[in-house]
Design a protein around this ligand. Structure first.
Ligand code: CCH
Length: 289
């Protein structure tokens, strides 16, 4: 049961590029947010959490309805800490009342990845606001305390293979964990406001369990400044994941190209677009200067 995107409206590429630009300007103006992480990480995470509720076998979940403003998704523990991202984007909901929440939140993720120096993410509009939370899909997002088989199963539920799963988790190059949101703490590496293949380079270093009063997480042996979640370390423990970790650590171009495809697929899970709606590829602010 896929949901049908709204048929192409009178809005054109330029209308969406204008929203892209407004979001991107605001991201630039707020580059000191969250200890210098800016909004890149949290906007990417909002796009992912609004989409990653999808279950291919049931056709449920996904970014279509923008369900996170309603219970139960609003109070899903996995979504703790995402209100600042929704608040950040809400002014554009007022300025452009015709864009749906699902379109705005997924577009926010496209802006974040591209403006952080990542690959172009093809994106299509047409998600339609839900008017209540009945189609919300809580307790579907990953639990960071689990192992590799769990991660494989969870991303398999969305319709992703091992390669796509590893590529997607490479987004942990951006942003940080927050004790008051997930209980975990810290960034995965030093350049957490730049989209790179660094997550994989860091993951391949030596990690040890951090001694602290929080949930089990890892710290890098060399500097103890960076962190990995148990599910991140799990990507090294299963050969079907480790293979891709090594490929992406060696080849950033390949990572960018595979991430772009997997992230675009993530944002569209469960949605059927009319063939007339061709994906947009937005220009970055830099490209327009
Ligand atoms: Fe993630 N992620 N993620 N993640 N995530 C967290 C933060 C970010 C898991 C757990 C967590 C993806 C996959 C997984 C981002 C993007 C993606 C946090 C800390 C946890 C916990 C939240 C906090 O405390 O604020 C687990 C488990 C998985 C899969 O196994 C995927 C896929 C993506 C995107 C494609 C980004 C970006 C962040 C940083 C958020 C920020 O606020 O800076």
């Amino acid at each position: 049961a896929t949901l049908n995107a709204a048929a192409a409206s009178s809005k054109t590429f330029n209308d969406y590029q204008a929203i892209y630009n407004d979001i991107a300007e605001k991201v630039r103006e707020n580059d000191e947010y969250d200890g210098g992480a800016g909004y890149f990480g949290i906007l990417t995470r909002l796009a992912w959490h609004s989409s990653g509720t999808y279950d291919a076998s049931k056709g449920s979940g996904g970014s279509f309805g923008g369900n996170m403003v309603f219970a139960p998704e609003q109070y899903d523990g996995a979504n703790a800490g995402l209100a600042p991202a929704r608040d950040f984007l809400s002014e554009f909901q007022y300025k452009y009342p015709w864009i749906s929440r699902g379109d705005l939140w997924t577009l926010g993720g496209v802006v974040a990845v591209q403006e952080a120096g990542g690959p172009k993410i093809p994106w299509r509009p047409g998600r339609v606001n839900a008017t209540d939370g009945k189609k919300g899909a809580p307790n579907t997002l990953p639990d960071a305390s689990r192992d590799g088989k769990y991660v494989k199963g969870l991303f398999g539920r969305m319709g992703f293979n091992e390669q796509e799963t590893v590529a997607l988790i490479g987004a942990h190059c951006l942003g940080k964990c927050h004790k008051n949101a997930s209980g975990y703490e810290g960034p995965w590496g030093p350049s957490f406001n730049m989209f790179t293949n660094d997550f994989f380079n860091y993951l391949l270093k030596d990690w040890q369990v951090k001694q602290w009063d929080g949930p089990k997480q890892y710290e890098d042996v060399e500097t103890k400044l960076f962190m990995m979640l148990p599910t991140d370390i799990a990507l090294k423990e299963e050969n079907y994941f480790l293979k891709w970790v090594k490929i992406y650590a060696d080849d950033e171009k390949k990572f960018f190209s595979d991430f772009s495809k997997a992230f675009a697929k993530l944002l569209e899970l469960g949605i059927q677009f009319p063939s007339s709606v061709k994906p947009f590829e937005f220009k970055t602010l830099d490209e327009q200067e």
